[in-house]
Design a protein around this ligand. Structure first.
Ligand code: ATP
Length: 592
């Protein structure tokens, strides 16, 4: 039997991540080119101001003929114009980068959501909820920050450094050489620390994902009840504190390493002006204006250099975030069958055939028996079938295969002669034991199955599942909220709302997987009878443990150990006194 394996995200190597990141930005190359131009213009305008300082000193203030006020006014006006231009350019650049960032992140978020939605159910059984959230929300936010802030910082830092260095060389090549002599040393320290930061950043991201997984699980309603019931609140808090402490320690270490790089840079920033002053004293022909302009430019060079040192950490975190997002984008989703065009969709009568079906869960080792093996059944259109069997015998698995939630590894499941390999909305519906209600009102939840259902439709199905009176008694009736996963309702009420939702889907085939298990036996038989009456002439398969008193079914399928132990009419199966069904009925009804 072919074991369905979980898709395994393969971490892409760092250079692969960089290549893919570049590819991600290719469609935005024109906007990014414009950003580069704007940043270059920003740096040039910004550097022009110190160059004016030279003219202010050497010509306007201390020129041969004394202070030249008209020239000073012209220079002041030029500086003001340059300052305005710097502001305008900065604004345009911010707008463009924000747009690119939002588009890239929006693309990644939606692609990831789409990919995850199409993953096999086994993925969601294995993956931690917080992990998905952390990648979809946390990592994409980090990428957004990287594009919006880090990318312009890198560009501005590099271009600013080059322009300022160019202006310094223009003013005095000798002094420029002295000013830049320590720069390679700083860059060396920075690249050495980079590797340590890489590791710390990856560890930090892992620890953050662990923490958000723990929060999602332990601070959910079920998690909180579990810890309170078993008196484990203290242990939970201690476990969380330990994780948080680990994250805090990583944060301190990475702040220290980052600061080590910045401090090395600071030594450079403090030392070089004095080296320049000494060099100016030893060099002929350096005017006070040149030295003043040089001093301002030196301050300007520190800013981009500092910026570059700072962003190297952010780039590393962003690379990690990109890698984690790419890992999810590399997951292999279930193949999506081509949707049938509406006009081609012939609503068949709803005959189900199961042909030699075998299925093994990815998480169940080879040594364990498959959940189902060699199952063959014919469920005629319009019939009602009861599926029974001991716990773990494969009933839910069969229900999921009939609903197309898992494609079988071996054999085929057919609806009206066509193979089912994926859910078929509008044709097959399944109502489960632990139904999912979304945040919103009762009406929102019901209309999830039929968006255009009228208020009367909602009332009709809710009357069938005996939940209408409870909903009508609420202050806002069908507009009342259901709470987190339907927490404002009892388990049996949730099941009846979900069953009403399944009826509203009005499909030719309906699978009920313990869908009324939380109801009291009297209400359960009332609801089951009403549902079967409503669905007369359409196929209904009901999986249940409480079947002792249920008589209105055409056929019964009894499963045992993943095999079909019995299949026939209820009376036939009761006739076989030693058969599984008869034994189970006797156990339930206490009949001798
Ligand atoms: N996601 C899963 N991963 C691994 N094994 C699973 C998974 N779900 C079910 N199984 C195993 O498959 C077998 C059949 O499970 P299934 O849920 O179909 O049984 P069932 O008859 O519906 O049981 P119950 O009456 O207790 O609900 C069991 O041995 C179960 O442990």
């Amino acid at each position: 039997m072919d074991e369905r394996s979980l898709p395994d995200p393969q971490p892409s190597p760092a250079h692969g991540v960089r290549r893919r990141t570049v590819r991600l930005f290719l469609p935005h190359r024109s906007a990014l080119f414009l950003v580069v131009l704007l940043i270059a213009a920003y740096s040039v305008f910004n550097t022009a101001v110190p160059l004016l300082t030279q003219t202010v000193f050497d010509r306007a203030l201390f020129g041969p003929g004394g202070p030249d006020l008209p020239l000073l006014a012209t220079l002041a006006a030029t500086a003001a114009a340059l300052a305005c231009a710097v502001g305008a350019v900065d604004l345009a650049q911010t707008w463009l980068t924000a747009r690119v960032a939002q588009r890239v992140v929006h693309g990644l978020r939606t692609e990831m959501f789409d990919r995850l939605q199409r993953m096999p159910l086994a993925f969601f059984t294995a993956e931690k909820g917080g992990e998905i959230q952390s990648r979809l929300a946390g990592d994409t936010a980090q990428i957004e920050y990287a594009v919006k802030d880090t990318l312009p910082s890198v560009l501005a830092g590099t271009i600013g450094l080059l322009v300022s260095a160019g202006a310094m060389v223009f003013l005095s090549p000798a002094l420029a050489g002295v000013a830049l002599v320590l720069a390679p040393l700083v860059l060396l320290v920075s690249s050495r620390s980079g590797r340590v930061l890489d590791r710390l950043s990856a560890d930090g991201q892992r620890a953050r994902a662990e923490l958000s997984s723990a929060v999602a699980e332990r601070l959910s309603l079920g998690g909180v009840i579990l810890s309170r019931v078993h008196g484990r609140r203290g242990d939970e808090a201690a476990g969380f504190a330990a994780e948080s402490e680990r994250l805090a320690r990583l944060g301190v270490r990475s702040a220290l390493v980052t600061q080590w790089v910045l401090s090395a840079g600071h030594v450079f920033f403090v030392l070089t002006p004095y080296l320049v002053f000494v060099a100016a004293g030893l060099t002929d022909g350096i005017t006070p204006g040149t030295l003043a302009a040089f001093t301002v430019l030196q301050a300007r060079i520190y800013q981009p250099l500092g910026q570059l040192l700072h962003v190297s950490t952010e780039i590393r975190s962003a690379t990690g975030a990109f890698q984690r997002v790419f890992d999810y984008l590399d997951l292999r989703p279930e193949p999506v069958p081509e949707p049938e065009p509406d006009e081609d969709r012939i609503p068949g009568p709803g005959a189900l055939s199961v042909r030699g079906v075998g299925f093994r869960y990815a998480g169940a080792g080879e040594e364990n028996r498959p959940a189902l093996s060699g199952v063959s059944l014919d469920i005629p259109a319009g019939s009602t079938t009861l599926v029974v069997g001991p716990s773990g015998s494969g009933k839910t698995t069969l229900g999921h295969l009939l609903a197309g939630l898992h494609p079988p590894a071996v054999g085929k499941v057919l609806l009206d002669g066509t193979e089912i390999r994926a859910p078929l909305p509008g044709r097959i519906c399944i109502a489960v034991q632990d139904p999912f209600l979304l945040q919103g009102s009762v009406a929102d939840n019901l209309r999830y199955a039929a968006p255009h259902a009228t208020a009367d439709d909602l009332v009709r199905v809710c009357r069938i599942t005996r939940i209408h009176d409870r909903i009508a008694a609420l202050p806002d009736g069908y507009d009342s909220p259901v709470g987190e996963r339907g927490a404002l309702f009892s388990g049996g009420e949730r099941q009846r709302i979900a069953l009403a939702r399944a009826l509203l889907a009005d499909t030719p085939v309906l699978v009920l997987d313990e869908a009324t298990s939380a109801l009291d036996p009297i209400t359960e038989s009332e609801v089951v009878e009403a549902v079967l009456a409503e669905r007369r002439g359409r196929t209904t398969v009901m999986i249940t443990h409480r079947f002792g008193v249920l008589e209105s079914f055409d056929t019964v399928v009894a499963l045992e150990g993943g095999l079909v132990a019995q299949h026939g009419t209820r009376l036939d199966l009761l006739g076989d006194r030693h058969g599984l069904y008869a034994r189970m009925v006797r156990a339930q009804t206490g009949a001798g």
